[in-house]
Design a protein around this ligand. Structure first.
Ligand SMILES: *Cc1c(COP(=O)(O)O)cnc(C)c1O
Length: 382
């Protein structure tokens, strides 16, 4: 089976992890801050807070922005469920904004309409989470301008977009947002096995997220509310969690980060090759916004008779996948009052969507196999 995504682990990665295993610290040692500094530099952000998953990063970002009961969080239905669940973790209400049928990202026009309606009824969201689907940035200038106009805070879910850029800036620079979150799950652009990061330019937000990451506890005399009697003292200031990344994970991430430019080049070259190879097939290829460069976490195509093509490709050993079943159509969200038909663009996109295999170790021969199988499956259908 040719997987739709998978990690690339080198001898250098293994040596980096082994060095941590042989060192004094498996966690809370020097590798995590080293990884954080390298990430902040690579993404153009002031601060990086590394955690054990992007899901945790979304949660502490929402908490740091003060999201709580009585508040609303809006995100896109075309994402993984984690982009919405973080609102419920905080006791807030969650709603969705439909997508742009060309980019599959949150639609700024739909957002403007929904914000105007919400302003009229006094139900503006506190937090908005656009997701950079497949690795391509959402239209952050437009979304950021609307958020500023209505006083809404913004978290970018850049789980797919490590290394992407938009309008001359790396995703992660927080030019139009408060926090940018990334994932280091093995199918993403770089990996720490499980892991994630929250990037911000706001030192107060970084400090709050660091507290929520580690039980709400600090040993920093500048933050402590008691006068330390000795070196054993720490203060719990808020209710936090154990969302820490280990040094083992951070060492792997730091080693992977060295190859980020090579990974992006490879993914972009493979995507361009798909663009050319699929030109004659009855499929809609992903559109690249000329204002930016996607990280190409995914190569999503749109086609007719998706279920049959999907089954034919799986039968041919091609590990295709579907991103995403719209969040609001999940049983859990339907029980909370959502229904099919509410976000028609995300639903229409989903009905035709297949993600073709794309990862740094995919060979051109494997890619040719994918295209041949897809071509065959499309012939059956036409
Ligand atoms: C992978 C992913 C997440 C969750 O990432 P984890 O690191 O697995 O918690 C969140 N949002 C999106 C868009 C993702 O693709």
């Amino acid at each position: 089976m040719i997987p739709y995504g998978r990690q690339d682990i080198t001898a250098e990665d293994i040596a980096a992890v082994e060095a941590v295993l042989r060192s004094d610290f498996l966690t809370q040692g020097p590798a995590v801050p080293a990884f954080e500094q390298a990430l902040a530099a690579a993404c153009g952000a002031g601060r990086a807070v590394a955690v054990n998953s992007a899901t945790s990063a979304l949660h502490i970002a929402c908490m740091a922005l003060g999201l709580g009961p009585g508040d609303w969080l809006w995100t896109t239905p075309n994402s993984f469920v984690a982009s919405a669940n973080c609102g419920l973790y905080c006791g807030a209400e969650v709603d969705f904004v439909d997508i742009d049928p060309r980019t599959y990202n949150m639609c700024p026009v739909a957002l403007a309409e929904k914000l105007a309606q919400a302003a009229a009824t006094g139900r503006l969201p506190k937090v908005l989470i656009p997701v950079h689907f497949a690795g391509q940035s959402a239209d952050m200038a437009a979304i950021g301008a609307l958020a500023r106009q209505y006083g809404v805070r913004v978290i970018e879910d850049a789980s797919h977009a490590v290394g992407a850029s938009h309008e001359g800036l790396p995703v992660g620079a927080c030019a139009h947002s408060d926090v940018v979150v990334m994932s280091f799950h093995p199918v993403k652009i770089i990996t720490t096995a499980e892991g994630g990061v929250a990037l911000t330019n706001d030192p107060a937000l970084a400090q709050a997220m660091e507290l929520y990451r580690s039980h709400g506890v600090t040993r920093d005399p500048a933050l402590m509310q008691t006068t330390p009697e000795g070196g054993w003292c720490y203060d719990q200031l808020v209710l936090g969690y154990n969302y820490r990344m280990t040094d083992i994970q951070a060492a792997l991430g730091l080693s992977q980060l060295q190859r980020l430019p090579a990974y992006l080049a490879r993914r972009r070259a493979l995507a361009a090759r798909y663009d050319a190879l699929l030109a004659e097939l009855p499929v809609v290829r992903p559109w690249q916004d000329p204002r930016g460069q996607s990280a190409y976490h995914l190569y999503p195509v749109q086609l007719r008779d998706r279920a049959r093509v999907f089954a034919a490709l799986r039968a041919a050993g091609i590990g295709v996948n579907v991103h995403y079943i719209p969040i609001h159509t999940q049983p859990f969200w339907q029980k909370r009052g959502f229904a099919w038909g509410q976000f028609p663009q995300a639903e229409a996109y989903y009905r035709g969507a297949i993600s073709l295999p794309l990862h740094a170790r995919l060979t051109e021969a494997e890619q040719d196999q994918v295209v041949a199988a897809l071509s065959e499956a499309c012939r059956d259908i036409d």
